[in-house]
Write a protein that binds this ligand. Structure first.
Ligand code: TNX
Length: 766
């Protein structure tokens, strides 16, 4: 090839100019996405060693102090009303911007000055939070910092943008609560819902009832058991290890003041009338009575007929009100087990006298505090179960059931905060459970959270207007420490912030994915223990009936470079292939995949067996129908080569309730077979059990069947039902025989006191 000097020169010119341009117009990336970003070609504003900030109101101080934190510069405050051209930053309160709300802002950056205008101090603060994301991820105080010339207009979609934290199941120290508040502010969230009370730990000092924390803040550690299992408070003299903690009122004040500086409202939650086991270990006389008039020991619910219970709670709330200035007070109200009320002679008497059923008794309890709070100038908010019975119309609801029922609940007409359980429960898994630290259950990976649209389709505007906002919840049953809370919070908090802030219909996953590149680096620079789950490859199979092949997809949620092998060797930067598009397999294989970054493997190897067995894609006749919710892909679910794995709720299983399982698999032609493997799962806590027996019968004509093999469970079903989930592939082997029809029967265990599900997935024929 001839040397072409002009080609080299032009390549240099192109790369120089494109490099230059790139620097000028590196796209502005902000999470949550602002209403509009106009980037112009003007020169950047250079942040000098000391910053002059012009302000006119002390309400602007939190924004100024944030600016100092994020730029690491000294600041000089210029108190003045008229614009001062010598100022680097001008903060201005401008009532004419009210249409953007007090939290919206207009941010103008030119080479001379940065001007921020808002109708409220909150908006100024959020503009500075946006500026944080215009700065490099890491820098030193003496580095030259440039803010790109631009005009950003911003306004949030929802007024309530919340994040909850359960500090009862596991206690989190004050230092972490402050960090948590910083994380919220950074994502423009404005409510910190502090779940201070639950069954196994009382976490707020109450001066009039010191026992609540002297005793109720500490529990016995019972080796081998989870915190809630056989829960007992720890008392002076007990020899067991103790666990717990609580916040003194001074600490609470400190945290509320800290949050106020970040424009975050702290919403305290004091659970009533359920989730209160700990209270009855402190005060046994507040529990319901049994038929013999004795106070019940193990209950979670206040006796609804005992005025002393109401009095205790009023005393508690009285102190809570002095500590928390929030308009709303959360009183819990979820999962009240009414069986005690239905047996307690005092509750029974009260129900009879007032003509209440158990739901109405609950409403009586809730409405008592609704009235009480109203008299004190506050508003009650509670979990959506408070809608059972006759709820006071003024009560506000926090909804935590699944997305499917949102519409139905909103149509009941109460102002509502959506903390939708199917999408916004950050105690749920964010990756395949086999790869994740133990979590509560459920599945809420990053993209599922991101894609959530809170307002259901077809909802009348008068009901849509009842949605005050959204919130995600962190229940800490399985989060023993701060690191684990961070892991569950990040990066999903970024997705939450976009749902809460961005205008309806403007989200764009690809754009978010790009922005997350930078955001993850920012998290790294802040030493945040974010989950890498969205960067771990997931392998899925799709059987191709026409070609009898398996289509293999390897994907990550967030963009990453994937390397894989199909020969059982370890994929790495140098071994295996780079994944670009789905590929096809003609025979069974072990797929191994990793993501790579900067020349190194960036995650543990994901391994999945592709089993292309003889019944793949075969015709299946099902004699026992699954319930609708667990019917997955119908009969094909059993032969689609995609295994359910260890999650029964993932749409890859058939769930059959109180029925024996029976199905016939019809192969294309008479085929030599010698093994049938039956995949099942047990989750006793959810009523899912292994079968007692599995039988395989074979036939060549579909009429006469002979038994080929049988399997019997060799363990007894245990009580109390455990929350462990196990999956099992049962091999049934027999002499190699030719057959076209395979009948599989599985008997469900007849257990007392519970409905029994059989969950069945792939039936492998070899
Ligand atoms: C339900 S959501 C609860 C909590 C649990 C959570 C676990 C709600 C109001 N109550 O007590 O911690 O599920 O996901």
């Amino acid at each position: 090839m001839r040397f072409k000097p002009w080609l080299i020169l032009s390549v240099i010119i192109v790369s120089l100019t494109s490099c230059h341009n790139k620097k000028q117009s590196a796209a502005i990336q902000i999470i949550p996405e602002p209403l509009s970003i106009e980037q112009n070609n003007g020169k950047a504003f250079i942040v000098e060693n000391s910053l002059k900030i012009q302000l006119s109101d002390s309400a602007m101080l939190p924004a100024a102090s944030l600016l100092q934190d994020i730029t690491k510069q000294d600041i000089e405050l210029i108190w003045k009303n008229e614009k001062d051209s010598s100022a680097d930053f001008i903060f201005e309160l401008n009532a004419s911007l009210d249409s953007l709300s007090h939290e919206g802002y207009v941010l103008n950056i030119s080479s001379e000055q940065v001007q921020i205008q808002s109708a409220g101090a909150e908006g100024l603060f959020y503009a500075v939070e946006s500026i944080r994301q215009l700065l490099p991820t890491t820098f030193d105080a003496d580095d030259e910092l440039a803010l790109p010339a631009c005009r950003i207009i911003d306004s949030p979609r929802f007024a309530w943008r919340g994040m909850h934290l359960d500090v009862s199941r596991h206690f989190m120290p004050v230092s972490f609560i402050k960090k948590y508040i910083d994380y919220l502010a950074m994502h423009k969230l404005n409510v910190f819902h502090w779940h201070l009370v639950d069954g196994i730990g009382w976490r707020i000092e109450i001066k009039s009832h010191p026992e609540l924390t002297d005793i109720g803040a500490w529990r016995k550690v019972k080796p081998g058991l989870r915190p809630m299992q056989e829960f007992e408070v720890w008392r002076e003299g007990d020899t067991e290890e103790k666990y717990g903690g609580f916040y003194t009122q001074d600490e609470v004040r400190e945290i509320v003041a800290y949050a106020t500086q970040k424009h975050i409202t702290v919403l305290p939650e004091i659970e009533l009338p359920g989730h209160s086991e700990v209270v009855f270990q402190c005060y046994p006389h507040l529990a319901c009575k049994d038929a013999n008039g004795k106070h019940i020991k193990n209950t979670a619910v206040y006796c609804a007929a005992n005025p002393q219970g109401y009095q205790l709670l009023e005393d508690v709330l009285e102190e809570v009100l002095t500590l928390f200035p929030s308009e709303y007070i959360h009183i819990g109200g979820d999962e009240v087990d009414k069986k005690f009320w239905n047996k307690c002679p005092d509750c029974q008497k009260m129900m009879k006298k007032n003509g209440y059923d158990a739901h109405e008794l609950q409403s009586h309890f809730i409405n008592h505090f609704d009235t009480w709070l109203k008299e004190k100038g506050r508003k009650l908010i509670g979990w959506h179960e408070i809608l059972e019975g006759q709820l006071s119309p003024s009560a506000t609801v926090m909804y935590w059931a699944s997305e499917k029922q949102v519409k139905e609940y909103l149509e009941k007409g109460h102002p509502t905060v959506l903390t939708t359980g199917s999408h916004l429960y950050f105690d749920h898994y964010q990756g395949l459970s086999k790869n994740e630290p133990k979590a509560f259950g459920g599945y809420a990976p990053l993209k599922k959270v991101y894609d959530y649209e809170p307002i259901p389709e077809g909802l009348e505007p008068q009901y849509a207007n009842l949605v005050m906002g959204v919130q995600a919840n962190i229940w800490t049953e399985f989060m023993p420490n701060e690191q684990q809370v961070e892991y569950m919070l990040f990066p999903r908090i970024a997705a939450l912030s976009e749902i809460a802030w961005q205008q309806k219909g403007t989200k764009n996953w690809r754009h978010f994915e790009n922005k997350m590149n930078g955001m993850l680096k920012r998290y790294e620079s802040m030493n945040i223990n974010y989950a890498q789950s969205a960067l771990r490859p997931g392998i899925t199979f799709e059987f191709q009936p026409e070609t009898h092949q398996m289509k293999v997809r390897i994907e990550t949620e967030l963009k990453a470079d994937i390397r894989y092998t199909i020969d059982g060797t370890e994929p790495s930067f140098t071994n295996g292939m780079t994944y670009t598009t789905p590929f096809f397999l003609d025979a069974s294989a072990t797929i191994k995949a990793v993501t790579v970054k900067n020349g190194e493997v960036n995650c543990e190897t994901e391994v999945k067996e592709a089993i292309l067995h003889k019944a793949a894609g075969a015709e299946v006749e099902l004699f026992s129908q699954p319930i609708e919710k667990y019917s997955s892909n119908g009969p094909l679910t059993l032969v689609d080569t995609e295994f359910g794995g260890n999650k029964w709720g993932n749409g890859k299983w058939l769930g059959i309730l109180q029925k024996d399982f029976e199905a016939i698999i019809k192969l294309k032609e008479s085929t030599a077979i010698q093994t049938v493997k039956f995949s099942c799962i047990e989750a006793p806590g959810s009523g899912i059990f292994y079968p007692e027996t599995v039988q395989v019968l074979i036939s060549d004509d579909g009429a006469d069947y002979t038994q080929a093999g049988e399997w019997q469970l060799d363990k007894t079903y245990q009580k109390p039902w455990s929350f462990d989930v196990n999956d099992l592939i049962i091999p049934i082997e027999f002499n190699r025989t030719k057959a076209q029809y395979i009948k599989i029967k599985a008997r469900y265990p007849r257990l007392e006191g519970t409905g029994v599900f059989l969950f069945i997935d792939e039936i492998i024929v070899e």
